[in-house]
Design a protein around this ligand. Sequence first.
Ligand code: IMP
Ligand code: MG
Length: 178
Amino acid sequence: MAERIKVLLTEEEVDAKIQILGDQISKDYEGRQVHLICVLKGGSFFMCELAKRITVPVSLDFMAVSSYGSGTKSGGVVKIVKDLDDPIRGKDVIVVEDIVDSGRTLSYLLEMLWARGPRSLRLCTLLDKPERRVVDVDVDYTGFQIPDEFVVGYGLDYDQRYRNLPYIGVVQFESDGE
Ligand code: IMP
Ligand code: MG
């Protein structure tokens, strides 16, 4: 199915927001070190930009989960595809995600990470679609709340494409009558 991308948030808007989040995190973690956990692949672009704007010491780790299937709806089953390289016990951890949608992935992930004994555990997401929430998730840092539309860019994909767009766009399908 052919699709078009309509700009929802420009590169300038996204960059300005990441600066604000970086400033806030730098302030909140003053005198400490933050351990950022990137949820691959979507969170990677956001995490790099965010990490560059944090002024306290930063360490990084990566994790990949899969909620099965491709397309525009995320499923309910979460599988760890790549686990962290390092333990998180005693660390001040921030999970960095591209988007919180139903909340299933994050609620599962956060519960699993809590069990590993971090000193603190927070969640930072670039985008949040609150209307779509099925499972309650506490989000500590949110870039933008967006309506219930399928978005791509800045790490987010549609069937593995469009992650490299430097802005956030809405996917418009031909069947939308456009
Ligand atoms: P959740 O478990 O339903 O909150 O969904 C989590 C994952 O679904 C996100 O990390 C994304 O990978 C994917 N996802 C949800 N909404 C979108 C979207 O609008 N565009 C691209 N990926 C999405
Ligand atoms: Mg993701």
